[in-house]
Every structure is written in C-alpha cells, then in structure tokens.
Design a binder for this molecule. Structure first.
Ligand code: ZN
Length: 246
C-alpha cells in the first residue's frame, strides 16, 4: 500500500493555493497512491478542521485528516484540536514555523496534548534544529515528524546530517522525505535511522507539470533510490500506516 504522508488541501505559498478533495483523489488514482494524509495551512485551526473533515467525509477510505495548529487570540484552539482528534477522527497535527511560533509558551501545550492523545505532530521547522532538539528532548512521549528532513529543499548537506543525528539520538523523531532535493539523503536516513521512521510524502499537489505528473515524479524519487524492498515498502506506506495505526 502506498501512502503519501504529506498532501495539502491548502498550501503556504504566496497564493495560498487550495486543492479540492476530488482533485487530490484524481491525482492519487493517476499516480497509483492508495491513501494520503491531508491538511490545510495558511488558515485558522477551525477552518483547517472544516476543510479536512469535508475531505475525509467525501473519501473516508482514501484521505486521512490532520488538524492545523495555529494560535488565535479570540478562541481556545487547544480545545478545537482536542475535539478534532477525539470527536472527529483526526489522526495528527500539522505545525508550521513562521506561521506559528515554536516558543515554549505557544507550542508546548500542543506538543503535550499530542502526546496525551497519542497522535503525531508533523512540523515544518524551517531548518531550526535547536527547536527540533528541544521538543524531542522535552516531549519523549510525543512522536514528532520533522518535515523535509529538516528544511524544505535544503541544499546544505551538513544541516540534513545534523537532523539525522538528532533522529538517531531521539527515538520519538520521524523523518518526512517530502520536499527533499538531495535525494541520496533519504537513503542515508534509512540507513542511519531505519525505514520505520522515514516517511514518503510529496508535499503536493503542485502543477509541475500537472498534479499527477508531480505526484508520479515524487514517488519515482523514492522508488529510484534502490532501497532494500522491505525498506522501500516501509518508506512508501508501511511506516506511516504503523505510526497512525491504520
Ligand atoms: Zn507541506
């Protein structure tokens, strides 16, 4: 089973591009992807719940919803996150540095809640590895998925190496292989950390050249690494399935 662990209903690009659940599933069908984790960003926690809930209700066998954690002065988002997970069947939490501060007083209650509810947090740290380490060390009971092996489209090998070292040290860290351009680092991640903690994701949809062409290209990246078949199966879907209890 192939599971894309990183798909946007709404992106964080300048246009804050949205893709409908129908477009996403059509892309998955064309690319041969069985299931996908979906979430919205660049919007409120409440709206992210509405968007992902609609997607899950339309395609309950295909789409797995995460809630987006973004603080709000007017509403208690922690209660909204808890309700999404305990009442609506959401399976994880998405957090994005820049839109959301990773300062202790902002983010720690969310990471703690995730541990208590036993769901993972997929976090784009934007290369802030000190924050990766602080959260991994402070919350050993919370499984943290580090997006993009540490930084989106990172071309600095040493930064990715430091991220892999952190994952070797902290068993609650998982590595998201989406948005990686130095793709040999995905193989190194599997060797150093083990395929059970490396997750294929596309970070799509993107019109590059079209949605399914992009999905296919990202899938081929992992398939072209020449991983041991057991590891490849894990990275392409087995590991995220275990992590989410699918
Ligand atoms: Zn993303």
């Amino acid at each position: 089973m192939i599971v894309d662990s990183h798909i946007h209903l709404k992106h964080g690009d300048a246009a804050k591009t949205e893709y409908s659940p129908e477009t996403i599933v059509a892309m998955m069908d064309a690319a041969g992807i069985d299931k996908a984790v979906v979430f919205a960003m660049s919007t409120t926690t409440r709206r992210s719940i509405e968007m992902a809930q609609e997607a899950m209700e339309k395609f309950p066998e295909r789409l797995i919803p995460y809630v987006y954690a973004l603080p709000h002065y007017e509403r208690p988002v922690l209660a909204e996150i808890r309700e999404a997970i305990t009442g609506l069947g959401f399976r994880g939490i998405k957090i994005h540095y820049v839109e959301c501060s990773l300062a202790e007083h902002i983010i720690d209650p969310v990471i703690r809640l995730a541990g208590n509810l036993d769901v993972p947090c997929l976090i784009d740290f934007g290369g802030r590895l000190a924050d990766v380490e602080r959260l991994a060390r402070s919350f050993p009971g919370t499984r943290i998925i580090v997006a993009h092996l540490g930084q989106y489209q990172c071309r600095e090998e040493s930064l990715i190496d430091r991220c892999l070292s952190l994952a070797e040290t902290y068993p609650n860290l998982y590595l998201d292989a989406s948005g990686v351009v130095l793709i040999h680092k995905i193989s190194e991640a599997v060797q150093r950390v083990g395929s059970a903690r490396v997750l294929y994701g596309s970070d799509g949809p993107h019109l590059d050249p079209d949605t399914w062409g992009f999905a296919r290209k990202e899938l081929t990246k992992v398939a072209s690494l020449g991983l041991d078949p057991v590891d490849e199966t894990a990275v392409l879907g087995g590991s995220i399935s275990t992590l989410l209890g699918l």
